[in-house]
Design a protein. Structure first.
Length: 232
């Protein structure tokens, strides 16, 4: 698990435990890291502005102040299930793990009656999805995109040829049921589309991208649009 993902998951675990808090030993066991690493992560969260509290002594531990919790959210059972279905049907989408965590956060603060009706309705929605690509690969691509760092790919093309190349990530795109990484390929000195499921290995390098923009990819098709969370 990348550190950014661990920090997010750590925040979620602290939030779920509320005023009870968690011991450093328990957090370390949950994320398979040392207690020292957990304490460094907690310090990083506090420096970033997260309301982390600590309580020394027996029964002590770490937690998040109540103000860190979401306020009550008004959703219908159908709206809640729509969020669950959308996330469940797209496990290969960029940042899908974070999306699932976000939906879980919303469901946690629904009133019990709505949550119960949503759970009942959710049993009536089935999703069959193909196996997803490597979580390690997707984590690297997501980090490279968010941080705008060059990512080194081991990629097998449709003709069976395998190459290793450095790519500057520009955007993720989904079409015909497949996800693609679109970026500036330093091997070919051109913009290229890489099928995510064909990426065998991906490692984020320390090199910053040189500034290639979405405009260089071209206009999206008429039936495509950026993800912005609002109706057009």
């Amino acid at each position: 698990m990348k550190r950014a993902e661990r920090l997010h998951a750590l925040t979620e675990m602290l939030r779920r435990n509320g005023s009870r808090g968690c011991t450093a030993d328990r957090l370390a066991s949950e994320f398979d890291v040392s207690v020292r690493t957990v304490k460094r992560d907690l310090e990083a969260l506090a420096r970033s502005g997260a309301p982390v509290w600590s309580r020394p002594g027996p029964g002590g531990g770490y937690g998040l102040a109540v103000a860190a919790s979401l306020p009550p959210i008004s959703l219908s059972p159908a709206q809640a299930v729509a969020l669950m279905a959308a996330v469940s049907a797209a496990p290969d989408a960029p940042y899908s793990d974070l999306a699932a965590a976000g939906v879980g956060k919303i469901l946690d603060v629904l009133d019990p009656g709505t949550r119960g009706r949503a759970d009942e309705l959710a049993h009536r929605v089935w999703v069959d999805v193909p196996p997803t690509s490597s979580r390690a690969v997707r984590s690297a691509l997501e980090e490279a995109m968010a941080e705008q760092r060059v990512v080194r790919l081991r990629y097998t093309a449709s003709d069976g040829s395998t190459t290793t190349r450095d790519v500057e990530p520009v955007l993720f795109a989904s079409t015909n049921g497949r996800w693609y990484l679109v970026g500036w390929c330093r091997l070919r000195d051109a913009m290229r589309w890489f099928t995510v499921s064909r990426i065998e290995r991906a490692n984020v390098t320390g090199a910053a991208c040189s500034g290639h923009t979405v405009a260089e990819v071209g206009a999206p098709p008429a039936n495509a649009r950026p993800v912005h969370g609002r109706d057009a």
